[in-house]
Design a protein around this ligand. Structure first.
Ligand SMILES: Nc1nc2c(ncn2[C@@H]2O[C@H](COP(=O)(O)OP(=O)(O)OP(=O)(O)O)[C@@H](O)[C@H]2O)c(=O)[nH]1
Ligand SMILES: [Mg+2]
Length: 464
């Protein structure tokens, strides 16, 4: 984001110069923030005195907020990223308007050219350039000249400048992998919102879930899928059907390998099969925060033997490490096309669905052993009262009579905990005050009852 203050009719011109500088260094505008202000002589003198102990007016002063390493990669500054905007503040630039005017006259060029010159000079300082040693000033000036020319702010006049709009790109990228590899954690990290529930129990995700990623001119519809396993019941068959449908006709495949578990034969076979059918496959080696470097290196070496991969990216979905590198690999694979969703939409599932998933997530996280796999959640009521309170009433379904007391807990403690955690999350997501009522119901072996499965939303048609 480029913020220009106090520049009146020169605002767009200064923005144009800064855009030129960012483009020159291949820096995405949304990844950085720059503040530029035009000030008067007296203010500049004071600032110069304060900052450098020089009691005189100068043309431009820059205050970098971090030490930039080029080529710029936003991932190199994890502590400096604004979590809201995802951008890093490069710093502030102050330009003395009066001095710029004088200098323009002195050099016999326009004020626009001079302001552009000073803005790009300030930008170079923010990007780590300096002119302490011989020849550095000339190098900077040559760069400033090239940047200004590239955006039509020329010495002999300002040219009409139309930003070349790059054609938009849009496509689908499916996230595949074994259960528990971190696929849902990854889609949430990419989208920056919780679109898919996460737990340490395998087979957490049961449906195909989309998370939409937007950049200035590219949209990627990421598709999270259930972990690939040999199905043992009708629910498992439905889950594997979802994976199959989600994998068809996609523009890219992210195959997530769990570095903790290592690469097994089934991973290699699935990756190879995807390559064989013509899919563009990027392998993400996940959980590198939790394993020894040697182990990661071993997996990378094994993967390097597979022919036809687009890229292999070690990541930590949990810590957000290298996720933007992965996104770059995927966006590069997207075909030209118009965006399918509006920029503010990040999933296609509604809050009613999210409510059932969040309740299931809390049950998965709080309950032990095998019970969670037999749990489903059905929303009976999702309604706002006149006073704005959201009433949610849901059934937590278990598949065996003897599971009911476990889910209820002693004096109903367990179901109360599930309800409290779910309500807190949902209140945060909706911004509403919520009344959540949960009931535990037994539906014998629902995972093999196709009618019941359909009622619970595990319907092959709905998930296609
Ligand atoms: N240490 C570490 N843990 C991770 C990372 N990514 C995911 N996890 C953990 O791995 C577990 C499984 O994560 P999920 O995102 O639910 O995995 P999944 O692949 O979606 O699993 P299914 O939906 O069951 O197929 C959770 O406990 C996560 O917190 C990571 O980068 N590092
Ligand atoms: Mg999942």
């Amino acid at each position: 984001m480029i913020n220009v203050y106090n520049a009146n009719e020169y605002t767009t011109l200064i923005e144009r110069a800064v855009k030129g500088a960012l483009k020159h260094f291949n820096i995405a505008r949304k990844e950085v923030e720059v503040e530029i202000e035009l000030i008067e002589s007296a203010e500049m003198q004071e600032l110069n005195n304060e900052a450098r102990g020089i009691d005189a007016v100068t043309d431009v002063l820059s205050f970098p907020s971090l030490e930039v390493k080029l080529p710029f990669n936003v991932d190199d500054y994890p502590m400096d990223v604004d979590p809201e905007s995802g951008a890093v503040l490069l710093g502030e630039i102050y330009i003395c308007f009066d001095r710029a005017k004088e200098q323009a006259e002195e050099y016999g060029h326009s004020i626009e050219r001079e302001l552009g010159f000073l803005a790009t000079h300030g930008m170079l300082h923010l990007l780590g350039y300096d002119h302490i040693e011989d020849g550095e000033r000339e190098e900077m000036e040559a760069l400033q000249d090239a940047i200004l020319n590239s955006v039509g702010i020329k010495r002999d006049g300002i040219e009409e400048y139309e930003e070349v709009e790059e054609p938009t790109k849009c496509g689908y990228a499916v996230i595949l992998g074994r259960p528990n590899a971190g696929k849902s954690t990854l889609i949430n990290a990419i989208v920056g919102e919780k679109v898919s529930i996460v737990s340490w129990k395998p087979q957490t995700t049961r449906n195909r879930i989309i998370g939409i990623y937007n950049d200035d001119n590219v949209q990627v519809v990421f598709v999270d899928t259930p972990g690939i396993h040999a199905p043992k019941n009708e629910l498992g068959k439905f889950m594997m059907h979802s994976v199959k449908v989600a994998s068809e006709g996609v523009d890219a495949v992210i195959y997530v390998v769990d570095a903790e578990k290592g690469l097994d034969l089934s991973d290699v076979q699935r990756i190879e099969n995807n390559v064989k059918v013509g899919n563009k496959v990027v392998v993400a080696v996940n959980k590198v925060d939790h394993v020894l470097k040697e182990k990661v290196a071993e997996i990378l070496l094994e993967l390097a033997k597979i022919e036809g991969l687009v890229a292999i990216v070690p990541i930590s979905a949990l810590r957000g490490k290298n996720v933007s590198e992965l996104i770059k690999e995927i966006t590069a694979l997207m075909p030209e096309g118009v965006k399918l969703y509006s920029d503010d939409q990040y999933t296609d599932r509604n809050m009613r669905f999210m409510a059932s998933e969040i309740i299931r997530e809390k049950a998965l996280r709080l309950l032990d052993k095998e019970i969670p796999y037999g749990i489903a959640v059905s929303i009976n009521k999702y309604e706002y009262r006149e006073n704005g309170i959201l009433d949610i009433d849901a059934d937590v379904i278990v598949q065996k009579q003897q599971h009911k007391p476990i889910v209820l807990g002693k004096k109903g403690e367990m179901i109360k905990r599930i309800s409290t955690y779910a309500r807190q999350d949902l209140e945060e997501m909706t911004g509403d005050k919520i009344f959540l009522t949960l009931w535990v119901r037994v539906k014998e072996d629902w995972r093999d009852d196709i009618g019941l499965l359909n009622n619970l939303g595990y319907n092959k048609r709905d998930d296609a």
